[in-house]
Design a protein around this ligand. Sequence first.
Ligand SMILES: Nc1ncnc2c1ncn2[C@@H]1O[C@H](COP(=O)(O)OP(=O)(O)OP(=O)(O)O)[C@@H](O)[C@H]1O
Ligand SMILES: [Mg+2]
Length: 391
Amino acid sequence: MTRARSRFGPLAAVASKAPAFDIDQLLDDPSTGIIVCCGSGGVGKTTTSAALALRAAERGREVVVLTIDPARRLAQSMGIEELDNTPRPVTGIDPGAGGSLDAMMLDMKRTFDEVVESQASPQKAKQILENPFYIALSSSFAGTQEYMAMEKLGQIHQDAQSTGDYDLIIVDTPPSRSALDFLDAPERLSSFLDGRFIRLLLAPARGPARMMTAGVGLITNALTKVLGAQVLRDMQTFVQAFDTLFGGFRQRAQKTFELLQADGTAFLVIAAPEPDALREAAYFVERLSEDRMPLAGLVVNRASPAPIGDLSADEAMAASARLRKQAPTAVAGGLLRLHADRTRLVEREAQLRDRFAAAHPTVPTAVVPALAGDVHDLAGLRRVGELLAEG
Ligand SMILES: Nc1ncnc2c1ncn2[C@@H]1O[C@H](COP(=O)(O)OP(=O)(O)OP(=O)(O)O)[C@@H](O)[C@H]1O
Ligand SMILES: [Mg+2]
């Protein structure tokens, strides 16, 4: 995978020092069981997950892709605009190599509900599911989406183990600001659900803790004023009902975390060719190694395509200046300038990638150029898949 490869074609001019990322080798390797696409907001996680899934399926793997909030048109073209929380076959793929593709879009609330139902007695589950505090938490709490993405991955993996339906699971991650949220949020949410904080606030003053809870009582009073007595009561009922479930929740999250550390898992970090995104990607790469999670490589998405021809930026600028003197109205002068700007942008992006490669010299990198329009159908995904494989 870290084999260096000479580059030809349109990206030849911007080859960087990073080892090439052999995507097809990763997809074809039968020991690759899970691929997780991470990255900061809007860099192309959903597009890359879907493109990899389609490519793997058309190369013969039995794939399921779990997407999170795909753009409407993309969801439509994959037949997953309906939220039913189960994978459905994608039509229109080439089954020639014997593979298959199922896809689904995460329904965060439904996933949460299902976990509650599987962990509690029907009566208790009902009590929790109807609790207004639970409803707010399961539909909007920051971190719930990350937690539920992991939960769903755990479920799909377990089902796949027993039915043998899939041999590759590709997971998109939520549109968090930071890629790290995917790893951090479940822990944050579980310590919240753990209820230590809430319990402290709601604890009646008794025994030796009275001195401490006297202060807490003041806070509770203040909270009652701010939130209202009903909300506080809802929280209290929720915490009481959830208390016995908590162990189960934590255990499941722990199992999924272990799954992410397993050998068959491969993380892909997606980044835009911009300083912030690449810095973020670098943090993420370091974090994966701290958490002993296997990184497969970096995808620099939406790179500026290299202009055609081998005229350098300086040459183009000089020619443009000369032309401007001789023929101030000539269109060619403007075009030369444009060529120079484009070339500089491409060089700048290559420098950014080199900086990343210098800090992380072993991370294989693929560069996907920006396509002219959005990627919203199977043909677009296929094209992104090809570009990913070309590196
Ligand atoms: N290589 C590309 N060329 C052109 N358009 C692209 C490319 N990659 C992604 N896009 C477009 O960029 C937009 C954002 O991509 P995408 O939804 O995959 O990002 P994301 O990382 O999943 O975003 P979010 O963090 O919001 O979930 C989409 O409209 C997609 O079609
Ligand atoms: Mg997305």
